[in-house]
Every structure is written in structure tokens, then in C-alpha cells.
Design a protein. Sequence first.
Length: 482
Amino acid sequence: MKRFLSIGLAMLFTVGSATHSANAQQESRAQQESRAQQEKATAYQENWGTDVMNVTQAQLDPQHWLAKLPSPNQVIMSKAQISAHNKALVEHNRFVNDPLASSNVLSDKQLTSKINSISKVPKSARFFVDGRQLTGKDFGLYQDNMRFDSAPNGHKVEFGLIVQRAALRTFPTDDRVLNSAMDVDLDRFQESALFPGDAVAVLTYSKDKKWALVQGFNYLAWTRVENFALGSKQQVAEFTKQDDFLVVTGAKVFTQYVPEMPAISQQQLDMSVRLPLVAKDEVPTALYAQNPYANYVVWLPTRTEQGQLKLQKALIGRSQDVHLGYMAYTKANVIRQGFKFLGERYGWGHDYNGRDCTGFVGEIYRSFGILMPRNSGDQGGTDFGIDTRFNKQSKMDEKRKAIDAMEVGDLLYIPGHVMLYLGDENGQPFVIHDVKGLAYFDENKKLYKGTLNGVSVTPLMPLRLSEKNSYVDRLYNIKRIR
């Protein structure tokens, strides 16, 4: 019996030893593979290079800048302060509007003035993408499509909600038009964009009925009629002012796929989109053949065949980058929001399904509920927040002193461009901005010209507009949103 027990124990020991050995070998292989992968990653990091001056990979990580903040989560403005800021803008800044406060009727003269404010024939030459210069006849066709019949009793203004990302155009046309530089990325008829859920006042329609002149919260321009749905002013107001709402805080998120309902399926929602939440007692246990418990259920505006507003329930996964209500306005959140766009291609006037410099900062701040004018000159040139202004007589020392006193989230304005201050690195101020060109003096004191064409992190001081002028030379305002 002892002999059999000894044999059994020996066999168990042998099997156990073999199993342990096999496990050790597997663990060893896993460790080797992990080390090899880490070495590859390290090699990739070491081989990384860029023509963007004085930038490291670490600086492309938001955590690098967050770690520098002494009080990253301190709330800068309360909800009440933000509400007061927006109210003051609507009342005193002509570039920010409440579309629902638009007059219900416009006279012929008023409507003509509205059209002429956006649809001006440019003084400089314009060209189609094929190189043909636009003639008076071409502009005449656009103008003819904007003509309206006289209305002695006035033109009725309608109201609605945007149902899909909507391009805003100078004229009622999709024609892509360039200036003499012939840069195909800069469509001079592209003005801006509105997002699902944005309220609009619809002022008039093109003669072909394919376009409408709409007033959004910070822009007036032409958009295709399929981009909005008409409702009563009360309907639109209730939608935009509901207390319980979801805010898109990622660069882009999408509604869940619903095969039989394309109007609510995989709809793109850009940062700052605000949608009302469906009340708990209106959420069923199954919605579009899916249990909605792992989703937020929101009201999404859709358009009927007759162009009327129809609110439909839509699902947004809880895994998506969204927030119940507006985010707190903190320096940490400013940095996080900015970096969510890092690397996105530049889109003049929200072209290319992206955004430009002012769209970039506008969407960041709107995710906190803060409104701004649309264009950089309107932002930098008008008084809101705390402005530190410079003129042609301002000395470089004066500007450098103001730059050194900047806080994270401050906005720097040069003609036609805006940047967001990230922080300081060894005495060098850094910004994040949505920018097209890149120029600086290289180590041989020669002007290097490259391209960025996207959301980029750069040092401020070396940036050049030309051999003669740096960005700082042309800096005319530093704005702090307070």
C-alpha cells in the first residue's frame, strides 16, 4: 500500500511539476512578448519627429498640461454667471442673437437689408475650382435666386430646429468658390455651420425653394431646407429651454443604429450639441428592438416630408463622450475639451465636417454653456469678458508682460485667427489652435514654411505670419472669459 501511495505521490509531483513548468514557460513567453511590444513602442517614440518647432510628444498629451495646474477643478464661472454672460451678449453684442426673439414679420426693406448683410458680391475676383473666374452673370444668377415678391403686409418669419449638421452659405448655392490664391481648402462661400437642436428663425426662401435664409444664435446665412424642420415658436422654445438635457462633450458622437429609421440612426452630433432628455416615465423597456437601459434617451428633432418638426426618441450610448447638463467651466475642462479635437483637419467655416479656429474655441466654450460670436474679428473686436488690447503703438515688452500673465483658457487674437492658451513650458508660452499654415525662422535664421492644417499644439513666440511679422507682432487682444 505504501508502495502504491509513493508511486501516486511521485506521479502527482511529476504532473504538478510539469504543469508548473508549462505555466512558467507560458508566463515567460507572455513577459517576453510584452517586453518586445514595449521596446517597439519605445523605438516608435524615439523615432518620432516633426517639423513643428520645439514640440515634444509629451506636450501632445492633455495630462502634461493638466499636471501643471495648481487648482485644475476650481469652477471659474457659476451657472448663474454664465447665464448673465449670455444674456448680456444677446442684449449688447450684435453678433450674438436669440433667434426666437426675431420679429414675427419683416418688411421688404428689412428683408432686403438682411439678405444684403450676408450675400454681398465681393470686390475681389472669385474663381470656380476649375479656374474659371466668376462673372457678373454668375453673381446675377445667385442674386436672381434670392429675389422675393413684395409683401405689403410683411414677410412672415418662421421658426424651427436644425435636424442635421447644416452648412451655412454666403449665397443659396453649393458652388465651391475660391479667391485668387486658388486654395481649394478655402471655399469663400462657406460661412459656418449649425448643429442638430440649434434653433433658427427662417426669414425667407430662395426662388427655387431649395434654400432658406436662417438666423442662428451667432450667424445669418443660407442653408438647404432639408437641414431644418419648422415648428411653432413655443415648440422650439420648449425644446431649447428644457431643464434636463444631455450635452455632447466629445468631438463627435453618434446616435445608435436603428435600421428602419434613418432620421435618428447614426446621426452625427458635434461637441456642444444640447438635446433634451426623455422623461423617465416615457422610456419603454424596449425601444427600436433594443433595451435602452445602457443608453441615454433623448429627443432628437427630425423633419417630416412636409418639412414640419417631429421630435423622436433617440439612443446615445452611455459609453459615448456626453455629459448630463453643461460641463463645469474649469481650466482642466478647457484643456480636456481642446485636446479632444487634436489632429482634426482644419475646415474653413466648419467645412470638411470639421471646424476652423473660431469654431474650435466656440465649441469648447459652448460645452460649458458659454456663447460667443462666430468670427474671430467679432470675438476679438467686441467687448465681453476681460480684454487686454494692443494697438500699433504697443511695444513688444508690453505684449510680453501680458502674455506672461495669461491664464489657461485665455484667447489670443491676431487678424483672422484665434488661439487658446495652454500653459508655460520653460518660459515658453504654448497654445492649442485650429490653424492652416506654419512658419518660423529655422536655426539658420531662414523663414521655414510648412503646414499644420489642423488642431495643433505649438509654442507661441516663434510663430510667423511672414518674414516681417510674427504672430505676437500682430496680436491685438487677449481675452479672458469671465
